[in-house]
Write a protein of this length. Structure first.
Length: 456
């Protein structure tokens, strides 16, 4: 093994031909050593600064089949026992009508991460509140290349009437930089990949960017020489980790190319346009995998993922549900519809399981990425048939290295604001605040004792 004359920077990246590939945490990045041997690298783990905390929010639309929740979602989480908690009795009062009449779907998405009641409008005077992810991102500005990453299984919208007089901006966005400014989300995995790994020349137009992506067979081809040079200068463990990481990147490229080729009826992958995959399951999987990469590479520490827009009526034919999601959520106790609704909830739970598995199997200097990431999964409608906003379907996962403790079920006092959980998460991220949304007090994340609520 060739010696290394000092630790390399955590911000080291491989750069060539419009490609910028950040690196995962390697032993050669550990501080306090000037000669890297196997013994020194192992010893230096003890002086590594604590990895940063991360947050990720996964939104599921249209509520749940209340009779089968949470079993329909947690059936897939057997491998993650002890790493998540089903949170009961958390509510969002500001998602209720409060005199505004119909529009629970729009209010649900708008309120989910803000805890605020949206102004009922389908015009340009949208207003709700800053979301918890952006409250954290504002505190972390400059710490990472991307302050936050917003993803979704369906396209974002900012105009139009999507729900009883409420703007489509409310139904299609959960991340809000401010009361009047939703963060646009990306539903095309290839564009997310380019955001994480590529930069073009100064002055590059959108058309030039599209062409550059089309002509490149693999981003790794551009940095092959740098990879070889780096591999020759780090230890065995680092080479293995680097190889696994780069193979993961190449696999992502191949999956996207395959989907693009299929969508073009067999057009060669390297000339297929960077269109969004037609297979919804694979699109969500790709977006999830790239979210994990973004966190692993410390490109961002804040991620939101909307499995679909609120009120979505997409079908799930791959699991035998040809009816629209929104339609079966209004089951009116029809057993056939309830079974289809529960099947969709199980499918959503499997997406959570995939995310937790990816985070759990991503090593971060002796711990897992899951241990340093707090994940909230759920929505702001409980019973999809009733459109109520109390006892919301919420699962909290991860964060063990941040002191988060889990029990199979954690039950709060009835009426506890969901924002009490968000306040606790912000404080865990060292955001200096004693209030968020309609919070009354922070939930104790480091205890599995029964949760309590105080009046606001």
């Amino acid at each position: 093994m060739t010696g290394w004359s000092g630790p390399i920077s955590r911000r080291t990246a491989l750069r060539a031909a419009g490609a910028v590939i950040a690196l995962p945490m390697l032993e050669a990045m550990l501080p306090g050593r000037c000669l890297w041997t196997r013994t020194a690298a192992a010893a230096s783990r003890a002086v590594l600064a604590v990895p940063p905390a991360r947050m990720m929010f996964v939104f599921l639309p249209n509520g749940v089949d209340i009779a089968s929740w949470p079993g329909s979602a947690t059936a897939a989480l057997a491998d993650h026992a002890g790493q998540y908690s089903v949170m009961r009795n958390l509510c969002h009062r500001n998602a209720e009508a409060l005199g505004d009449g119909a529009g629970d779907h729009a209010r649900s998405a708008a309120c989910f991460l803000t805890g605020a009641h949206p102004n009922k409008t389908s015009g340009g005077d949208i207003s709700v509140g800053i979301s918890v992810d952006q409250a954290a991102a504002a505190q972390l500005t400059g710490a990472t290349r991307l302050d936050s990453l917003e993803l979704g299984g369906e396209p974002g919208m900012t105009a139009g009437d999507c729900d009883s007089g409420y703007s489509c901006a409310y139904s299609a966005n959960i991340s809000w930089r401010g009361p009047h400014t939703p963060n646009g989300k990306e539903d095309d995995p290839r564009r997310v990949f380019d955001t994480l790994f590529s930069t073009g020349p100064e002055g590059e137009t959108a058309a030039m960017r599209e062409r550059r992506i089309q002509l490149r067979t693999s981003i790794l081809d551009a940095v092959g020489g740098q990879v070889a040079a780096l591999s020759s200068r780090v230890g065995v463990a680092d080479r293995r980790k680097l190889d696994e990481y780069l193979e993961g990147v190449r696999t992502l490229e191949r999956r996207m190319q395959s989907l693009a080729r299929d969508g073009q009826g067999g057009t060669p992958a390297h000339v297929a346009p960077p269109s969004s995959p037609t297979d919804y399951r694979e699109r969500i999987t790709l977006l999830t995998d790239m979210a994990v990469l973004g966190l692993q590479l410390d490109q961002t520490r804040i991620v939101t993922l909307m499995l679909a827009n609120e009120g979505s009526n997409r079908s799930y034919v791959d699991i035998g549900v040809k009816d629209g999601h929104h339609d079966v959520s209004h089951h009116a106790d029809d057993q056939s519809k309830r079974e289809k609704y529960a099947a969709i909830n199980r499918w959503q739970g499997e997406r959570l399981a995939h995310l937790l598995t990816k985070l759990k199997t991503t090593d971060e200097t002796g711990a897992s990425l899951l241990d340093h990431t707090m994940v909230v999964y759920g929505g702001a409608i409980s019973d999809g048939n009733r459109h109520n906003h109390d006892d919301l379907p919420i699962i909290l996962a991860g964060g063990a290295a941040r002191g988060v403790k889990h029990a199979p079920v954690r039950t709060a006092a009835a009426g506890t604001p969901l924002c009490n959980l968000y306040l606790a998460m912000l404080q865990n991220m060292n955001v200096p605040t004693n209030r968020f949304g309609d919070s009354t007090q922070a939930i104790a994340l480091n205890s599995i004792e029964p949760m309590t609520a105080e009046p606001g």
